[in-house]
Design a protein around this ligand. Structure first.
Ligand code: 9Z3
Length: 350
């Protein structure tokens, strides 16, 4: 049986700070290019006095080798992020969609490759051989297409991909700093499932960990990551905790923006609503941001809880026809509006 434990007793180095984390890692290859794209997108919308939301979406990976063959992944299809993006766009926000490469995207999510395969919506005309959308899907697809085209033509949606937890964090820091000119008109809606653990570069092996001949206790660099088990091939992975970046975001990278994070408790056994609430409140106390939205993987499409300094509010939908994001997003926008109004009032008072 596979076991998994979080250990306080194993010998480990001091927990590293966010600054040390960035120093220890190389930035992702396209950081400069993505940063430039974000900067011009933000400038454009600052000039139009438009609110901008950064939505993070999908799971981050933790590579086990430099030339990565194997990695650990965090679960998220990207549904929460991609669906929410559409509702923010509907309400006039510009959206920076920081997403796991190949996870669901706004609009195209309706016709993805596994559910609602786009090919099932098409037919070939007998006479001409031309391919067209089946009559029964025309209206629905036209509506999605119009919204997609509108967002594209008006430059309201910027898609920026990440894969590893490190590339995610570099991008988040970079974009957050670029968003500072927005002040309180900036919003962070952090739905990505972000790894809490990583393999530090000092213990990372270069090439694929060999399963056929796992090294014994003194066989070179792989030894630092893997260990041979008694009489068998056992892989023991030793991970360090990722520093608490949310704190950095709140205090330094985006001090004037509204920050909303999603929280799902570590264990699916924690189905008790009061435990979900307690975990969400713990996150709020730890990072001092504006709002935590608590959800469980099993029920996330039907209920979430908003936890803020002021109150707790449950949002529920009983039908599969109503996407819960259509209820979550307007509630977040209302709170964002209230925060902007407060900022304006404060600035006037000064
Ligand atoms: C969530 O809780 C998201 O709602 C889901 C969405 C990952 C459950 P799907 O994309 O799933 O619809 O399939 N995201 C937050 C996860 C997370 O890692 N939060 C961090 C934490 O809990 C804080 S930013 O520490």
């Amino acid at each position: 049986m596979a076991t998994l434990e979080v250990s306080d007793t194993l010998p480990h180095l001091e927990e590293i700070s966010a600054a040390q984390y960035f120093d220890a890692h190389s930035p992702p290859p396209h950081l400069a290019e993505h940063s430039a794209a974000a900067e011009s997108f933000i400038k454009h919308h600052v000039n139009l006095s438009r609110r901008v939301v950064l939505i993070s979406s999908g799971g981050t990976t933790v590579p086990l080798e430099n030339q990565t063959v194997r990695f650990i992944d965090n679960f998220s299809a990207g549904t929460r992020g991609a669906t929410s993006a559409e509702y923010f766009l509907d309400k006039g926000y510009a959206v920076i969609f920081l997403h796991r490469q190949f996870s669901l995207l706004p609009y195209s999510r309706h016709y993805s490759h596994n559910v609602n395969c786009f090919l099932d919506f098409m037919v070939e005309e007998e006479k001409t051989g031309k391919v067209k959308i089946e009559d029964q899907y025309q209206r629905e697809m036209r509506d999605v297409l119009r919204k997609y085209r509108y967002a594209k033509d008006k430059k309201l949606l910027l898609l920026l991909p990440f894969t590893t937890v490190t590339s995610y964090l570099f991008m988040l820091r970079e974009i957050a700093i670029k968003m500072q000119p927005l002040g309180s008109a900036g919003l962070f809606y952090l739905a990505a499932a972000v790894s809490d653990f990583f393999v530090p570069p000092s213990r990372m092996v270069e090439h694929k960990i060999q399963s056929g001949d796992l090294p014994g206790p003194s066989h070179g660099e792989a030894e630092r990551l893997v260990k041979g088990g008694v009489g068998g091939k056992k892989l023991v992975i030793d991970l360090d905790p990722v520093p608490k970046f949310l704190k950095k975001l709140v205090e330094q990278w985006a001090p004037d923006s509204m920050i909303v994070s999603f929280k799902h408790p570590e264990s699916q056994l924690e189905t008790d609503p009061s435990l979900l609430l307690a975990k969400a409140r713990q996150a709020l106390d730890r990072y001092c941001h504006h709002l935590v939205i608590g959800n469980l993987l099993t029920t996330r499409k039907h209920e979430v809880v908003f936890v803020s300094k002021q109150d707790d509010t449950w949002i529920r939908t009983n039908t599969d026809d109503t996407e819960i994001e259509s209820l979550i997003v307007p509630e977040v926008i209302e709170r964002h509006g209230a925060m902007i109004a407060k900022t304006v009032e404060r600035l006037r008072g000064n």
